[in-house]
Ligand binder design. Structure first.
Ligand code: TEU
Length: 538
């Protein structure tokens, strides 16, 4: 177990993200719950992870699956009760597994009592907790567009004003300029810290300092001032792991966020690697360039070494499954899932595994009526109106839709993959008979055990945590090779990114090195097989 009394324990930790709605149902209502997570803690212990990033479980009308919170201090009845949460924290701790709560601080639900008050009158003390601007009913303050489509402004008759929302109209933006609001947020965070939570993930934290008059959404001028106050008033009173979601973070900003002096957060989720195969908009696809991918990772690895800290991830609840996106989820599903894991876990940073990634779960194709995500459904409508063909839109959804990652966890080959005895809220991927946890646990060559090994290597060899990073063969279009060095030791990570065999002469000095992990049974010294990967150490 990790010694979590050390301030920088997050550097040796491996995190696992749970999307609670899709993890494990115990009541038969078709959605996951906290008791379901407790039931599966031994599975996670076996995998070897140290913390769970739990997507939002607070009270919510669920317009955006919990990213619209109506009570920050209570659990949504769909997931259980506050007592269940206490139980989860306790049972987790017994197994060395902490809980990271998901803090949605940029916006609340429109059902939050603050907003219900705020919209009654301009004189209401809660009015200023949100971002209001004058205008006339038929003319919004400006033409800003919300992330899920439509105007970012919604009119309220009672106050004759518009409120600002970067996401859905049901997710009004909070006004961080208001000191009383900030105090309420800090007290709420301290409440969860008192209950024994070990960390936080901060939703769209780079958007809290918005300046709508200047059309600034992320990276507003006061962002880091707000963050430093937040951190001082809350996180720094404990020994926590904190990660901010920051689509707008570049390297220089990431150094501020993850400053080793602990003044802001432990690290951020930045998305430069994720954005590489995207056109102008998220739904416009372009092929991934491996050379660019390598350069992007290398730039971050090198720049943050000793100057900050990286998070390492390829998947989350907003992204398609990487094995389907960059790997081959058909004939090389197992090899490519292992290769992608090797590529990522060999780097410096804190790895995050998204539920089902350790099983090689894949994207799904549904009929449009079976999708649940508001982002997907809004986009379908918008693009239909703009004249895109059904087929064209569906291809974007198959490739990019968020529901790809949100299908229920595949536990076994019983009905509904052992996720629920009722009707699942979102279709189970029909491939669950071939891809499920029970099978993985009975197969010593499974992706699950490969992840287990990667996690244990990170605990055993300091070089994973502290070693520096050098990219080798940067211009090679098929191979991703890098080395890590610490004192007199060196580690070589070799990945063949694709379905083809690729010529590669293993350098002589590596021929007798220890093989820490590999996804084929042997090593050939002159060629790499499809999706082959290995980590060598000397
Ligand atoms: O996501 C932030 C965000 O910008 C996403 O909307 C992202 O652009 C999109 O999902 C890419 O497809 C966070 C949460 O992770 C997401 O689930 C929420 O919907 C969103 O914030 C609003 O809280």
């Amino acid at each position: 177990m990790l010694d979590k009394t050390k301030k920088d324990w997050f550097k040796s930790a491996v995190a696992y993200q749970i999307y609670p709605k899709s993890f494990q149902d115990t009541t038969g209502n078709g959605t996951g719950d906290l008791k379901g997570i407790i039931k599966r803690l031994d599975y996670l212990k076996k995998l070897g992870i140290d913390v769970i990033w739990l997507s939002p479980v607070c009270k919510s009308p669920q317009v955006d699956n919990g990213y619209d919170i109506s009570d920050y201090r209570d659990i949504d009845p769909m997931y259980g009760s506050l007592d269940d949460m206490k139980e989860l924290i306790k049972e987790g701790k017994k197994r060395g597994i902490g809980i990271m709560m998901d803090l949605v601080l940029n916006h609340s639900s429109n059902e939050h009592k603050w907003f219900k008050e705020a919209k009654t009158s301009r004189d209401n003390p809660y009015h200023d907790y949100y971002v209001w601007r004058d205008g006339t009913k038929d003319k919004a303050p400006n033409d800003m567009i919300a992330c899920f489509g439509g105007s970012a402004w919604t009119w309220v008759d009672e106050v004759n004003q518009y409120y600002f929302h970067q996401f859905a109209p049901e997710q009004p933006d909070l006004n961080w300029e208001n000191a009383d609001l900030r105090r309420e947020i800090y007290d709420m965070i301290l409440f969860w810290m008192d209950l024994g939570v070990e960390g936080f993930r901060l939703d769209v934290i780079d958007q809290i300092a918005k300046e709508p008059d200047l059309k600034i959404t992320n990276n507003g001028p006061k962002l880091h001032e707000f963050l430093r106050e937040l951190s001082r008033e809350t996180f720094q009173k404990g020994c926590l792991i904190t990660v901010g979601e920051a689509w707008g973070a570049d390297i220089e900003r990431a150094k501020l966020y993850s400053n080793p002096d602990g003044s802001e957060l432990s690290m951020v989720f930045q998305f430069k690697h994720i954005l590489l195969d995207q056109g102008n908009e998220k739904w416009d696809l372009k092929p991934l360039s491996l050379v660019e991918l390598k350069k992007t990772f290398a730039d971050w690895q090198i720049a943050l070494h000793n100057k900050g800290w990286n998070s390492l991830f390829l998947n989350n609840h907003d992204l398609p499954r990487t094995v389907s996106r960059w790997g081959n989820d058909k004939e090389y599903r197992v090899q490519s899932a292992k290769m992608l894991a090797t590529m990522l876990h060999g780097m410096q940073g804190t790895p995050y595994i998204y539920q089902g990634e350790e099983l090689g779960m894949t994207n799904i194709k549904l009929n449009i009526d079976d999708y649940k995500d508001l982002e997907t459904l809004n986009m379908y409508k918008e693009r239909k109106e703009k004249g895109y063909t059904h087929e064209d839109i569906m291809n974007s959804i198959y490739a990019r839709g968020r529901d790809n990652a949100r299908t229920p966890m595949q536990w076994d080959n019983s009905e509904n993959a052992g996720f629920t005895t009722g009707t699942p809220w979102l279709s189970v991927n029909p491939n669950y008979k071939d891809i499920n946890a029970e099978m993985a646990l009975n197969d010593e060559n499974s992706i699950f055990y490969y992840y287990q090994k990667l996690i244990s290597l990170r605990k055993e060899y300091k070089i994973f945590v502290d070693g520096d990073f050098t990219l080798l063969e940067p211009e090679h279009g098929k191979l991703f090779i890098y080395s890590r060095k610490l004192d007199n030791n060196e580690m070589l990570v070799i990945c063949n990114f694709g379905d083809d065999k690729t010529e590669y002469k293993l350098p002589n000095e590596w021929k007798n090195a220890n093989v820490l992990i590999q996804n084929y049974n042997d090593i050939k010294t002159d060629v790499l097989r499809p999706w082959e990967s290995m980590i060598l150490y000397k």
